[in-house]
Design a protein around this ligand. Structure first.
Ligand code: GLC
Length: 493
């Protein structure tokens, strides 16, 4: 395999900083790329809460106090370095006192609102990253960006830095992880982030519906766009609702746009070596799974009963994740002999409504907004079924994790869910999960009924849940596809 110099940029990376599935991907794909002999380095903001001791972050003397200019104002960035755990992938953490030394990644935990200067924060990060490369004298062939927080880089490279010989020939790849969050700001932001103001006007490269739109800028200026599953790529091209206004733009770039399914880092997400769950288990020895279920129920004050299936969910609480469908169906679901655990935070009203239902059905349902890694792993390991009825899901990772934990997923057919879960046929005795399609209350209730029925058929239930543990979504194949993309870009013209 050919070797390329790749800089990988993102706003979050597991286990250092995680707001969602993005962090898991950022913490995993570079390891696989390194395994494919790529020369890859990463740059990530150094947030206040990143534990420097625990993760052994080291100061890089020659990368101290790098001057960076934005909107005529100078600030300094300093760089600390560490490795992705269990790997030789180097991460440069970019420290910018005024912008990242805060308790939240995107939102202020006190107000639950996005930081008002988010565009400036990440614009500055982008410039600091480019300046750091120069200081390092390390010239990547590819800069691979992820989501709008890094959309500035493809733009700057083809505007402000266009004539900078250091970046001559550098190609950019931009991965869309989620089109619901596009980086949308008022047009007067352009000046503050050194964007061409005229392009924020109607018909301009950053203008979308009267706003400055960073995703649009990234799509325009990047040399290649990818997204995180094939079905999602297809959806956003073909369905203008799911394309959120980008279908046409992406169709125009179709030969430069591809869906590449996310993989899973099984060194983190596998019940036989998961350090975060109390009982480890594998296909041959499944009793650990039952013990995890008992522990989980006990912790949440629910009673264990062998005959009652447990449905688990860890999710952002939003309509996109189908929480409204769950709320609509909840009374019908609670008539069944099931238990339900939902963990997550998000939309205030939906959280309130869920909590109310949790209170009403407290002997069989628990809703909790405090989330951490440990409980996520325990819910994946201890549940019998995993719920993910998203309206919109570029890839989705938890349904893929749940397969490995022998927890049967119950999902909608959106985006990557469709690419990773195959509907169970009880007569044939095959499939890997339950599809709710189309996603509505009646089908949701019916899918849970089917799941309960499967649970009652112990033999088939055990057969299927053991089989799904063999599903393999490791990164190898997808990482190779990214290297192919790099190859094409570096060798084109
Ligand atoms: C976003 C998407 C999710 C995807 C993840 C990683 O969080 O919503 O579907 O799995 O990014 O790409």
């Amino acid at each position: 395999m050919k070797k390329f110099k790749v800089l990988y940029l993102a706003s979050e990376v597991a286990p250092f900083s995680k707001a969602g599935g993005l962090a898991d991907v950022i913490g995993a794909l570079p390891k696989s790329l390194k395994g494919l002999n790529q020369e890859i380095r990463m740059m990530i903001p150094k947030y206040k809460f990143i534990n420097e001791r625990k993760y052994v972050l080291r100061e890089v003397i020659r990368l101290r106090e790098i001057p960076v200019e934005l909107n005529g104002q100078q600030k300094v960035a300093s760089v600390k370095s560490a490795f992705l755990p269990d790997s030789k992938v180097q991460i440069y953490f970019i420290e910018i006192e005024d912008y990242f030394n805060r308790p939240g990644i995107y939102t202020d935990p006190k107000t639950n609102k996005p930081y008002e200067d988010n565009a400036e924060r990440f614009a500055f990060f982008a410039k600091a990253a480019l300046e750091t490369l120069k200081k390092l004298s390390w010239q990547p062939e590819i800069i691979h960006c992820n989501d709008w927080q890094t959309a500035f880089v493809p733009v700057y490279l083809k505007t402000e830095y266009m004539n900078d010989p250091f970046f001559k020939g550098v190609k950019t790849v931009y991965t869309i992880h989620n089109l619901t969050s596009q980086g949308e700001f008022e047009t007067d932001m352009a000046k503050k982030i050194d964007f061409d103001e005229s392009q924020t006007q109607e018909g301009g490269m950053f203008n979308k519906e009267g706003k400055l739109n960073l995703t649009k800028g990234a799509i325009y200026f990047s040399d290649f766009i990818s997204t995180v599953s094939e079905n999602y790529a297809h959806e956003i091209l073909e369905d203008s609702t799911l394309g959120f206004g980008f279908s046409k733009l992406l169709q125009d770039k179709e030969d430069k746009f591809e869906g590449i399914l996310n993989g899973v880092d099984y060194s983190v997400w596998s019940p036989d070596n998961d350090k975060l769950i109390p009982y480890r288990y594998d296909k041959e020895k499944m009793d650990g799974k039952t013990e995890n279920k008992k522990t989980l129920l006990n912790r949440l004050g629910l009673t264990y009963d062998e005959k009652i299936p447990l449905f688990g969910m860890v999710s952002k609480i939003s309509k996109h994740k189908g929480i409204d469908i769950i709320l609509d169906s909840i009374d019908a679901l609670m008539k069944m002999k099931i238990q339900l655990i939902i963990y997550g935070d998000g939309d205030r009203d939906l959280v309130k409504a869920l909590m109310k239902k949790g209170e009403q059905y407290k002997d069989k349902m628990v809703v909790n907004v405090t989330y951490d890694d440990k409980i996520e792993h325990l819910i994946l390991a201890g549940s019998d079924f995993y719920l993910m009825p998203s309206k919109y899901e570029p890839c989705g990772l938890n349904q893929i994790y749940s397969l490995r934990y022998a927890t049967i997923p119950l999902v909608s057919a959106a985006g990557g869910l469709f690419d990773t879960v195959e509907d169970i046929d009880m007569d044939e005795g095959d499939g890997t999960g339950f599809l709710v399609e189309p996603l509505d209350k009646a089908n949701m209730v019916e899918a849970v009924q089917r799941a309960v029925k499967l649970y009652e058929n112990k033999e088939l239930f055990n057969k299927i849940r053991q089989e799904i543990m063999d599903e393999d979504f490791s990164w190898d194949i997808s990482a190779k596809r990214y290297v192919d993309v790099y190859d094409r870009l570096v060798n084109e013209e």
